[in-house]
Design a protein around this ligand. Structure first.
Ligand code: SF4
Length: 113
């Protein structure tokens, strides 16, 4: 077993304290970033497809819709096919039925003009 100097002990204790403070904040930041299709685009969950027909739900899958875009510079919010809703609410799309996350994306994305 190695002996820690008082200085080393205090430095490690300070690091542990900083990690304890920063850890939850970092985790919260990660959780708000985005998970594909699982609700995550800015904390808004637009993945409820329970009101859709099987064909409508299949269209979302076929066009690779995700609730949080991973394509740089392309989100539903800047897609010409996006139908905006009130701030903090899911929008719509002229191609895909059901709730659409402004931070989402699908393979039919087209730049808004
Ligand atoms: Fe979003 Fe795709 Fe609809 Fe554009 S076409 S608004 S990228 S779901």
């Amino acid at each position: 077993m190695t002996k820690l100097s008082r200085r080393a002990f205090l430095e490690r204790a300070a690091l542990l304290g900083a990690a304890a403070v920063a850890g939850p904040a970092l985790l919260a930041a990660c959780n708000s970033g985005g998970d594909e299709g699982g609700g995550g685009g800015g904390g808004l969950d637009c993945t409820d497809t329970s009101g859709l027909t099987p064909q409508e739900a299949q269209m979302r899958t076929s066009l690779n819709y995700v609730d949080a875009s991973t394509t740089a510079g392309q989100t539903c919010e800047n897609c010409t096919l996006y139908t905006a809703a009130n701030a903090g609410e899911c929008g719509g799309c002229t191609v895909i039925q059901g709730p659409i996350n402004p931070n989402g994306w699908c393979s039919s994305w087209a730049a808004a003009t």
